[in-house]
Design a protein around this ligand. Structure first.
Ligand code: ADP
Length: 783
């Protein structure tokens, strides 16, 4: 601290208490005086030396203050001018001279007369570095204050900058800023100039902070007001324009409605804002423009998706078991596996983990099982077929820039079902195609992946939708064509085709009662005999499942209902003899066992898209030069099998007593007359070889033998798939002896007992054994 030298001086002086005003030295100010004591004081001062002591009242409201009500420190002022105003008021102009402190009160009436003490400091002239620095800081801060307060004319800065004395600087600034009386008093009471500067500095800093906050608040409020006003103004203008153009006035209301709805959705902030912007765009565009339509469509989609809506799961394995039984006959194993799957779900309380894939021919109840699962879980059900989906956009949607764009089918289905946690059946996942338009399988993978599907982004929506609560189930006819990465995510449950007996039960207990009810009939008005049902199964349908059977049941009911109404009959009984009347002529004639043993015709067993079937292979050798001609439904794999068969025969010409040059002299024509392309081509191997051998050797084949098995070049017989379906098909065709690869022996367990009883199975390892059981070597091969 610097050395301070002070000198004090006392004087007697009249006092005017000031209300809400603080006068500083060097300050020139005018104020009005009205109170009697103050006027008296003024008069006294004028008579004497025009000096007056100006001290502020602690509280401005007090009308007749005592000394208690007045601050002790005030300013001695010199009266420069007086002006009598109408009434008893006098306006005075005073200049602050110096601060002083009351030391004694000499009188209170007719005016206050006090003795005050003035102090002056030597620092007013000499200044240390510290003071200099403080002055600069105060100046800078004041500049900042002027800048943000914008109530003070910046010219004051020029005046202030020229002041060299710290005390004066403080007083000049203090008299020019807008602060509370108490703060002013604080500055006034600081006799020491450096201390005064410090007090001022502190106050300035505080004020700047407050001003900044104030400014922030102001600008925020202003912005809001501006925005509201601007929007209001623009809307009104828009309305006027639209009115002028004769256009939709309801738009504004519509927009408000959209916004209301949007608010209710409580979407994440960024999405919410994005949609809001889109909604606002509606107001800017002409209602008739194409873009308006596009935006409306978009908003409509967003607002109608179940972002938050979900159903509550009911996880009760017993109930699920009951519902599965209620809706489906048989399928014991399938139901068991499904219940296991659900139990695990229930335990782990999550939808993560593999996705169920129900595999089997059409009409075996894959869809209806999925529906039952949904029902038992209390989830909504939605189904989407993937058959022929080859464009990624079908899964993920088109970008909005694309004309006529809509979301992909996943999102569409979710909207349709209306909850975010439905059971979602992806049908025919094996029919998914892929081409240059992108790979739908990989998009689908994302949909099914629990790590990714919580923010599935549809190109159209451009906003992530959470699919993680969805329970996906897929179906397929075959596993062969399911893209590998998809297959890896799935838990496969196979549903094989039904036997005739199972079909009968399903028809009797489920399909027929259902159709009877749907057609407004009862079991008293329509009776269908068991044999009529069996005939329907055999002559009016050919399938592994029961879809067509169900259709035929509906057919029966429709025709019966019609007859009842037309002919007024009360009861209709349907038996095999009158079945034709209702269903028309039989559609299928089972390709039954051949009527006699024939050369070059062998009954194979195939596993096709619709389940198992029998398949006649006919071979005719013709004079030629060793060509193999294959006709009918033949895939490349079948051709391979034919070649393998022929190679085997060539290695056995001697044993088989076949012309060793047959393959050079004869064309071999192989034909498969009917049936769809078997999906397991190689399984026709032994059938084809047998047919060729029979044709070349002219040894007939037993009429009641069917076979399946792959053949190697050396005649070994390899196992094949679909044994259950194939055996059922043979049984249907009335063939009782079936040759099967030895390695398929364990598959026999799957075959229903009643079928197994009727069949004779021969397990073979080599082509020699096949020939032994298939060829009727009698007198024919003696020559
Ligand atoms: P998929 O989806 O396998 O093609 P669906 O589920 O469409 O077959 O089944 C066709 C019809 O057959 C449905 O009406 C279904 O209820 C019925 N159905 C299939 N299997 C059974 C069964 N085991 N018991 C009762 N009805 C069945």
């Amino acid at each position: 601290m610097e050395e301070k030298e002070t000198t004090t001086k006392t004087r007697t002086i009249p006092l005017i208490p000031l209300r809400g005003l603080t006068v500083f030295p060097y300050m020139v100010i005018h104020f009005d005086v009205g109170r009697e004591r103050s006027i008296n004081a003024l008069e006294e001062a004028m008579v004497y030396d025009q000096l007056i002591f100006l001290a502020s009242q602690k509280e401005a409201e007090v009308n007749a203050p005592t000394l208690e009500d007045i601050y002790e420190v005030g300013t001695i002022g010199k009266i420069k001018q007086m002006l009598k105003l109408p009434g008893d008021t006098i306006r005075v102009l005073v200049e602050g001279i110096s601060r002083a402190k009351i030391v004694e009160v000499l009188q209170e009436t007719p005016y206050f007369k006090v003795e005050v003490e003035e102090r002056s400091y030597s620092q007013e002239v000499e200044m240390g570095e510290e003071t200099e620095a403080l002055m600069r800081s105060v100046l800078d801060t004041f500049e900042e204050y002027v800048d943000i307060s914008n109530k003070i004319s910046p010219e004051i800065l020029l005046t202030v900058a020229e002041i060299e004395m710290p005390g004066r600087l403080a007083d000049t600034i203090a008299s020019n800023i807008f602060i509370k009386p108490l703060q002013k008093q604080e500055i006034l009471e600081a006799f020491d100039p450096v201390e005064r500067l410090e007090v001022l500095y502190k106050i300035l800093l505080e004020e700047i902070q407050i001003l900044e906050i104030e400014k922030k608040i102001n600008s925020r409020v202003k912005k809001q007001i501006n925005k509201v006003q601007k929007e209001y103004y623009l809307r009104e203008q828009l309305k006027a324009i639209q009115k002028e153009l004769g256009e939709d006035e309801g738009l504004v209301e519509e927009v408000a409605e959209y916004k209301e709805k949007l608010k209710k959705l409580k979407l994440p902030k960024d999405i919410h804002e994005k949609i809001e912007r889109e909604i606002d765009r509606l107001l800017r565009l002409s209602p008739a423009s194409a873009e308006t339509g596009v935006i409306r469509n978009y908003i409509d989609w967003i607002l109608n998706l179940p972002w938050k809506k979900e159903t509550k799961d009911s996880l009760d394995i017993k109930k699920s078991a009951d519902i599965l039984d209620e809706d489906h006959y048989g399928l014991k194993k399938v139901k068991e596996r499904i219940l296991e799957y659900l139990a695990i779900r229930q335990l782990s309380k999550s939808m993560k983990g593999p996705i169920l894939c129900l595999v089997g021919p059409p009409g075996v109840g894959k869809t209806s099982i999925a529906k039952s699962i949904a029902r038992s879980l209390n989830r909504k059900f939605v189904r989407m077929s993937l058959g022929g989906v080859r464009d990624e956009a079908e899964i993920r949607g088109h970008r909005r820039t694309y004309v006529g764009a809509i979301p992909g089918r996943i999102i569409s289905s979710i909207r349709q079902v209306g909850t975010k946690n439905p059971l979602f059946l992806l049908d025919e996942i094996d029919k998914l195609a892929s081409d240059f338009r992108g790979d739908p399988a990989s998009a689908l993978l994302e949909v099914l992946d629990p790590e990714q599907n919580h923010d599935f982004t549809d190109h159209f929506l451009e906003a992530p939708f959470n699919l993680s609560k969805v329970m996906f189930i897929t179906t397929a006819n075959t596993l062969d064509t399911i893209p590998r990465p998809l297959l890896d995510r799935m838990e496969v449950i196979r549903i094989a085709g039904y036997t005739e007996e199972e079909k009968l039960n399903i028809a009797k207990k489920y399909l027929l009662p259902k159709q009877i009810k749907e057609h407004g009939l009862t079991s008293e008005t329509l009776q269908v005999s068991e044999n009529a049902l069996i005939d329907t199964i055999n002559y009016y349908t050919r399938e592994s499942g029961v879809r067509n059977l169900e259709r035929q049941m509906a057919n029966l009911c429709r025709k019966a209902a019609k007859r009842m109404v037309e002919e007024e009959v009360k009861l209709i009984r349907i038996a095999p003899n009158n079945l034709k009347k209702y269903l028309g002529n039989p559609i299928y004639r089972y390709e039954m066992a051949n009527l006699k043993d024939e050369v070059g015709i062998v009954r194979g067993l195939a596993w096709t898209m619709v389940g198992g079937d029998t398949l006649s292979i006919e071979v005719t050798p013709m004079q030629g030069n060793g060509k193999q001609v294959l006709t009918g439904q033949l895939g490349d794999v079948m051709k391979e099998s034919a070649r393998a068969g022929i190679s085997y025969i060539r290695s056995k010409v001697e044993e088989l007593k076949i012309d060793p040059e047959f393959h050079n002299k004869k064309d071999i024509h192989i034909h498969i007359p009917e049936g769809a392309t078997p999906k397991d081509g190689p399984s026709a191997g032994i059938t084809m070889a047998t047919a060729v051998i029979s044709a070349l050797t002219e040894i007939p084949v037993y009429k009641d033998v069917a076979m399946t098995g792959e053949i190697t070049l050396r005649g070994r017989v390899l196992p094949v798939g679909g044994i259950k379906e194939k055996v059922l098909a043979a049984n249907r065709a009335g063939i009782n002896k079936v040759l099967l690869p030895m390695d398929n022996k364990r598959d026999i367990e799957e075959i229903p007992q009643n079928v197994k009883k009727k069949m004779e199975f021969v397990f073979v390892e080599h082509m020699d054994e096949v020939l032994e059981h298939a060829l009727k070597r009698g007198e024919n091969n003696e020559n």
